[in-house]
Write a protein that binds this ligand. Structure first.
Ligand SMILES: Cc1cc2nc3c(=O)[nH]c(=O)nc-3n(C[C@H](O)[C@H](O)[C@H](O)COP(=O)(O)OP(=O)(O)OC[C@H]3O[C@@H](n4cnc5c(N)ncnc54)[C@H](O)[C@@H]3O)c2cc1C
Length: 468
């Protein structure tokens, strides 16, 4: 028996311009919201998760400061009052540029959605630089699932250490290694150290959590390279003051369940015994970029990002925009502001066309600066020539993140949890389950078993006939 993919169209769509947005991250959500006042468009936002994820605070979910709901409101709820927008759950499997359709799937149900304009904002995933097997033992941090798995592994390591029969096993369990000294790695290492030294200080009877060893590794020569030498140096000094071992110019060459093998610049290899490892190095853009590139004149950069024209469209396909972490343009970084400003710009181009107005000037990015926390009361901020660190930087970080968290409810509870954690010692979200720790591998194994039965993806999704 075969099942026809259903074709979705809003009821009164014939007279309206159909805009399909892929992704509910910063790019996708801000594009949908920017279209709020347009009565002449139908917006369909398709994403593989039901939430909009505020990725910059994932590390706080992983270390028990915040709950997943606080950083991941339901996209449907966020857009519930926007009458021209609808939200569809589904993994986009195929984009047909000639047929102007997007094929998406959820739990075996295939759907095809036609578009007049398309905004692709499917973001990026973790890159293990060709060593995907490392992910079994060192999860990345890109999704809520990743953060909850890491939470389970981190808190679980302390629990198992309390039971460890030998000193060797205890040391292995109390050694935490974070790979990648960019903002995510620095924030993660800082939080694990604070967890061990403050939150868990009095909670165990056999082990002393504050003796935990936290190691931050990077293949490059410095910490927070995008912040420059001065702030990077300050961040490194603060991390070391907190007892974190910072190993730069050090490459990870192997990872297994009990530890990792590292190589220093002179080629010397050594091993760090560690159960809980975090991978915060490297990104690779959504594989949808390959489909777009194969069907257009746009190439891909080394991270799989799509090279776009100055108006953020695919070369030769002016109705298709690629924004955010999937977009390669003049070396712009994969940060939230690039996605947000790109989303607003794409909407500006589409609405100018609908209004018969001239195209806006090419996209130009306004760099508002960047910031990263190191520990409570300590952060670094870089805004052009203005650079500072310490408590004021931390307050600036706090305020800005509160502004960008979506929804009043989430802002209030986040503030409350920050108060509990930063002023007190507690962490409100210490729940971990075996499902969180094992779920990712279980799902991967299921997918691997199911893969041979999946139908091949046809070039034209309207002719795609999946088997039932
Ligand atoms: C841990 C971490 C910390 C960060 N910290 C900062 C920070 O402090 N400051 C900063 O500016 N930036 C930070 N970033 C980067 C920032 O989050 C990204 O640049 C930004 O999210 C990019 O937005 P986007 O819309 O392109 O992609 P994303 O926000 O990643 O959204 C992609 C969306 O596409 C969906 N999707 C993907 N594939 C498919 C598919 N096939 N079908 C359907 N849907 C799909 C996803 O579910 C998601 O909804 C951080 C990122 C991470 C991972």
């Amino acid at each position: 028996m075969t099942v026809e993919p259903s074709v979705t169209t809003p009821s009164d769509t014939q007279t309206k311009h159909r805009i399909v947005i892929i992704g509910s991250g910063f790019g996708g959500l801000f594009a949908a919201r920017a279209l709020k006042r347009r009565k002449d468009v139908d917006v369909t936002l398709i994403a593989r998760t039901t939430h909009h994820l505020f990725q910059p605070l994932l590390y706080q979910v992983a270390t028990g400061v915040l709950s997943e709901g606080e950083i991941a409101p339901a996209t449907r709820e966020v857009l519930s009052h926007q009458k021209n927008a609808r939200v569809l759950l589904g993994e986009v499997t195929h984009i047909g540029l000639d047929t102007r359709t997007v094929a998406h799937e959820v739990m075996g149900r295939q759907t095809v959605t036609p578009y007049d304009s398309l905004i692709v904002a499917a973001g990026a995933g973790q890159s293990y630089f060709g060593n995907d097997q490392f992910s079994d033992h060192a999860p990345g941090m890109k999704t809520i699932d990743d953060a909850l798995e890491l939470r389970g592994r981190i808190f679980g390591a302390f629990e198992l250490a309390e039971l460890a029969p030998t000193e060797e096993e205890r040391r292995r369990l109390l050694t935490f290694v974070v790979v990648g000294a960019g903002p995510t790695g620095v924030e993660m290492a800082g939080q694990i150290a604070e967890l061990a030294q403050r939150t868990l200080r009095n909670d165990f009877r056999v082990i002393n959590p504050s003796e935990a060893r936290v190691v931050l590794l990077d293949a490059g020569p410095g910490v927070l390279p995008s912040f420059g030498e001065n702030l990077g140096g300050k961040a490194r000094a603060k991390l070391e003051e907190m007892g974190i071992e910072v190993l730069t110019s050090t490459k990870v060459v192997d990872v297994d369940s009990n530890g990792l093998v590292i190589e220093s610049q002179d080629g010397t290899r050594s091993r760090i015994e560690s159960k809980a490892k975090v991978w915060a190095a490297g990104v690779s853009a959504s594989p949808l970029g390959q489909q777009l590139s194969a069907q257009s004149e746009s190439g891909l950069d080394r991270a799989g990002r799509v090279e776009v024209a100055p108006d953020l469209t695919l070369k030769g396909r002016p109705e298709v925009f690629v924004i955010g972490d999937m977009m390669a343009l003049r070396g712009l970084p994969g940060v939230a502001q690039v996605a947000i400003q790109g989303a607003r710009y794409a909407v500006k181009v589409i609405t100018a066309r609908l209004d018969g107005k001239p195209s806006p000037e090419p996209f130009s990015y306004f760099d508002k600066g960047s910031m990263a926390t190191i520990s409570r009361f300590s952060a670094v901020v870089s805004m052009g020539k203005i650079q500072f660190g310490g408590f004021i930087a931390w307050l600036a970080w706090l305020g800005l993140h509160l502004v960008y968290i979506t929804g009043f409810k989430s802002r209030v509870t986040t503030l409350l949890h920050w108060f509990v954690t930063f002023i007190g010692r507690g962490r409100a979200q210490r729940v971990t389950t075996a499902q969180q720790v094992l779920g990712r591998r279980a799902l991967q194994m299921l997918a691997e078993q199911a893969r041979p039965q999946l139908p091949p993806v046809a070039d034209d999704p309207t002719t795609w006939r999946p088997s039932a």
